[in-house]
Design a protein. Structure first.
Length: 189
């Protein structure tokens, strides 16, 4: 690739990646019923409202799942991958594009949740009883996964080892599910 192609690929990856991250956060925060009035939630909502408002008129939610956000995520990720392929002079195949987009979104979701677990653990060490908007959001994001792990492995001498179990399970999902999907999507692309 030429320097111009590399620069263009970098810009596509960075700009699309940041916005996809924000839409994914919004989707996860809605899915976990995080506090809508949290300042960080408001920041995410304001940055992602413009494309979601018209999309919600076409795609309603279903059983508490914001399908408009999910469709927007898939569209943005597919567009990012397609533009990146075009920069590399490759015409993407629609099937491979969709599978690769889905795999990349699952991987990004796992990484966001692992990051939230690490932030939650660090904030718990630094300020265990502190009130901070970021602490509340990390608790909302991670608690649906930590609670079952805590039932599996209760506190040991006051130490919560559930984050380790959850991270191990997420990494196994990445290896056993996302890896083959990514490989299949890349082969079809």
């Amino acid at each position: 690739m030429s320097y111009l192609s590399q620069a263009l690929a970098f810009l596509i990856e960075t700009l699309f990646g940041m916005y996809i991250f924000l839409v994914l956060l919004r989707f996860l925060l809605q899915l976990t019923h995080a506090d809508f009035y949290n300042p960080f939630s408001q920041f995410v909502v304001r940055l992602t409202n413009a494309p979601l408002r018209p999309l919600r008129r076409l795609i309603p939610g279903f059983m508490g799942i914001d399908l408009a956000s999910a469709v927007l995520l898939l569209m943005l990720e597919a567009l990012k991958i397609a533009l990146d392929a075009l920069v590399q002079n490759v015409i993407p195949h629609l099937g491979g594009l969709l599978i690769l987009s889905f795999a990349d979104l699952i991987r990004m979701t796992l990484y966001v949740l692992i990051g939230a677990i690490f932030v939650r653990v660090l904030l718990g060490w630094v300020n265990p009883y502190g009130e901070h908007p970021l602490t509340d959001l990390t608790v909302h994001l991670t608690e649906p996964f930590m609670r079952p792990a805590r039932r599996l492995l209760p506190l040991i001498s006051g130490i919560d080892l559930s984050p380790i179990i959850v991270v191990i399970v997420f990494e196994l999902i990445d290896i056993l599910v996302v890896g083959p999907l990514h490989q299949l999507g890349t082969a079809l692309l």
